[in-house]
Design a protein around this ligand. Structure first.
Ligand code: AMP
Length: 193
């Protein structure tokens, strides 16, 4: 099963993706995590990426498509993937469709976590406190930019999936367990007791 999860920064995509990964036995591909790993490696590419991430901007489509194409080849991803943070633009969405099609696969569900913009700053502050490590893009100024990018470049892809009947809108304001339950219900999955 292949699932895409959308939501503004701080909506809980990472947390919910990890739960889906565990329950469904599919692999979570978080492009944000991949990019942060490259930044942490201190490579030349990592330094370029850090500037982009800290500005809250998007990494070029071509780079992202290559990154995800390589990651999808992992044998652990054979059973299915939860795409967390990808696609973020229409060209990325089209590239993903092409890549899956080439392998006789398709997207089964597109989940969108709906959270009020006003609640997001508090959530990312909580994330920083709980994880003990602060992401350099988890601050008020960059959050505003990331939120603008989400509304201007990522949210406009949603109708593309809605037209295909794949969009599952989830109330991301509910507590974490309730959000997880809603997602399982939306994708028709019954949790083992
Ligand atoms: P995330 O952890 O998903 O919030 O991503 C953190 C940052 O990584 C974003 O603000 C972007 O700068 C970058 N990023 C992650 N995924 C993508 C993508 N699919 N396309 C472009 N940039 C991305």
């Amino acid at each position: 099963m292949n699932i895409v999860i959308f939501g503004p920064p701080g909506a809980g995509k990472g947390t919910q993706s990890q739960r889906l990964e565990k329950e469904l036995g599919i692999c979570q591909l978080s492009t944000g995590d991949m990019l942060r790993k490259e930044v942490a490696s201190g490579s030349e590419l990592g330094q370029i990426l850090k500037t982009i991430l800290d500005e809250g901007k998007l990494v070029p489509d071509e780079t992202m498509v290559k990154l995800i194409e390589i990651a999808m080849k992992d044998p652990d991803c054979e059973k299915g993937v939860i795409f967390d943070g990808f696609p973020r633009t229409r060209p990325q969405a089209e590239a993903l469709d092409d890549m899956l099609k080439k392998n006789g696969k398709r997207i089964d569900h597109v989940i969108v976590l709906q959270v009020d913009d006003g609640a997001l700053l508090g959530r990312i502050q909580k994330r920083a406190e709980e994880s003990g490590e602060t992401r350099s893009d988890d601050n008020e100024e960059t959050l505003k930019k990331r939120l603008n990018v989400y509304h201007e470049q990522t949210a406009p892809i949603l109708p593309y999936y809605e037209e295909q009947g794949l969009l599952r809108k989830i109330d991301g304001m509910a507590d974490i367990d309730k959000v997880t339950d809603q997602i399982f219900e939306a994708i028709g999955h019954k949790k083992a007791a």
